[in-house]
Design a binder for this molecule. Structure first.
Ligand SMILES: [Zn+2]
Length: 308
């Protein structure tokens, strides 16, 4: 989901200001707090998840041939991300970065890395979105196209494999956007899936660039088929998921999809769908579902109406 950078800066400033007041005379603790903004999770000797509050998850694979990243955070966090990557055991220059989709929370390091000569891999649809301006009609948010150097310079349609054996493929269900991809690290059994799945909170249903609730069901089903009991699944947000989590989410989204299509078939509109509380029993775990329900319902219109 999109992050208001200014808001976050203000929150951060306030938080740091508060902390400084409380721990005055304890500079060590303050330093630890400031440095603790990035949390690196080790999934294998050479695969890490870099988590920065307010930022999307970044997966890093280190090797003598250089670092491979899955997503690059937002532009405001690019420098600190590069520092976190350089500090990884076996960390070096980033040679390859995958964009799981076009959202600014994923492509913020593209410019920096593109200028450094890195290969930027994305589905062709993602590249196309990054070459044009996008506006979300429901929020008025406007996204500017990326400069040429920051655009994906290697695209694909179905699947691909890096020399190191790292596999990747298209998730054609249009779960989150119409350019979603997964990256699979076979030796480590780690599957990075971007925002097709969320580890914390309801996902964005970006129907402006193809995502829809039926696609979420299809995408999660596809991830279930790609994974096994031992696979660590890294979502765009929140903690690492297991196959059991995927199954739980699949059931949840299938239930919601069914309820929403029933409402649609009865001729109901988005506001009535929100009032019907079709996410009720899941809200304790996922948070307030109103925004998700409204976007999901609109996505049915966008997807199913014949002149869409
Ligand atoms: Zn996204």
């Amino acid at each position: 989901m999109t992050l208001d950078v200014h808001t976050r800066r203000q929150i951060l400033k306030a938080a740091l200001g508060g902390a400084a007041g409380i721990v005055l005379g304890a500079p060590v603790r303050l330093a630890a707090q400031a440095a603790g903004t990035t949390n690196t999770l080790r999934l294998a000797d050479d695969v890490f998840v870099i988590q920065t509050p307010g930022q999307a998850n970044v997966v890093a694979h280190t090797s003598a041939a250089g670092v491979v990243l899955v997503d690059g955070g937002s532009a405001s966090g690019a420098d600190s991300l590069m520092k976190a990557v350089a500090a990884l055991p076996g960390g070096g220059p980033v040679r390859t970065i995958f964009n799981t989709h076009w959202h600014p929370e994923q492509v913020g390091s593209n410019e920096l890395l593109g200028k450094a000569g890195a290969t930027i891999i994305a589905h062709e649809n993602t590249r196309l979105w990054l070459t044009t301006d996008v506006t979300w009609s429901w929020s008025g948010q406007h996204f500017k196209r990326l400069p040429k150097v920051a655009q994906p310079n290697k695209t694909f349609y179905k699947t691909g494999e890096l020399e190191s054996g790292i596999g990747y493929g298209y998730i054609p269900d249009a779960a989150h956007t119409d350019g979603d991809l997964y990256v699979y690290f076979p030796k480590q059994n780690v599957l990075a899936v971007g925002d097709v799945m969320s580890g914390s909170g309801w996902p964005v249903v970006d129907w402006a660039t193809g995502g829809w609730i039926g696609g979420i069901v299809g995408g999660v089903q596809r991830i279930q088929a790609l994974a096994n009991e031992e696979t660590r699944i890294v979502p765009g947000r929140g903690p690492v998921l297991s196959l059991a989590d995927v199954k739980t989410q699949l059931q949840m989204y299938s239930t919601i999809y069914e309820r929403l299509t029933t409402l649609l078939n009865k001729g109901r509109g988005p506001s009535e769908a929100v009032e019907a509380k079709p996410t009720k029993e899941f809200d304790a775990l996922m948070g307030n579902g109103d925004e998700f329900v409204r976007r999901s319902f609109e996505s049915l219109w966008a997807y199913l109406s014949p002149d869409a």
